[in-house]
Design a protein around this ligand. Structure first.
Ligand code: AMP
Length: 112
């Protein structure tokens, strides 16, 4: 999608610190990290949010890859958090489905 910042990262039109890429998904470090480990896992297909028609296989792949990469980034022992913000009430700011993976410090709960 032309004006989507994550589609531009996928296309290589703007830089992203990539961690992983295959034909369907891309993972890259968040530009404004909220924890020592904070990266995003996104589908290459433009899907606005988790409530906008992602298929079960793709959703499973996004989450599976997020945990696999979190282990790779050093979160295997102490864990972390996987978050999908959705639309207005969820505080989603980029309208391209993404899984946040956060770790490397204790994380507060519940969210505000
Ligand atoms: P959300 O609020 O769940 O939509 O999260 C969007 C995330 O995208 C935020 O954590 C931003 O810091 C991150 N973000 C926005 N632009 C970029 C970018 N160009 N590269 C990497 N992360 C980005």
């Amino acid at each position: 999608m032309a004006d989507c910042i994550f589609c531009k990262i996928i296309a290589g039109e703007i830089p992203g610190r990539k961690i992983y890429e295959d034909g369907e998904i891309l993972a890259f470090h968040d530009v404004n990290p909220q924890a020592p480990v904070h990266f995003l896992v996104i589908p290459k297909k433009h899907i606005p949010s988790v409530m906008d028609g992602a298929d079960p296989g793709l959703l499973g792949k996004l989450l599976f890859k997020a945990q696999e990469l979190a282990v790779q980034e050093g979160c295997g022992e102490k864990g972390g958090r996987f978050v999908i913000n959705c639309k207005e009430d969820g505080g989603q700011t980029v309208d391209h489905l993404h899984v946040h993976a956060l770790g490397g410090r204790p994380l507060d709960w519940p969210p505000g």
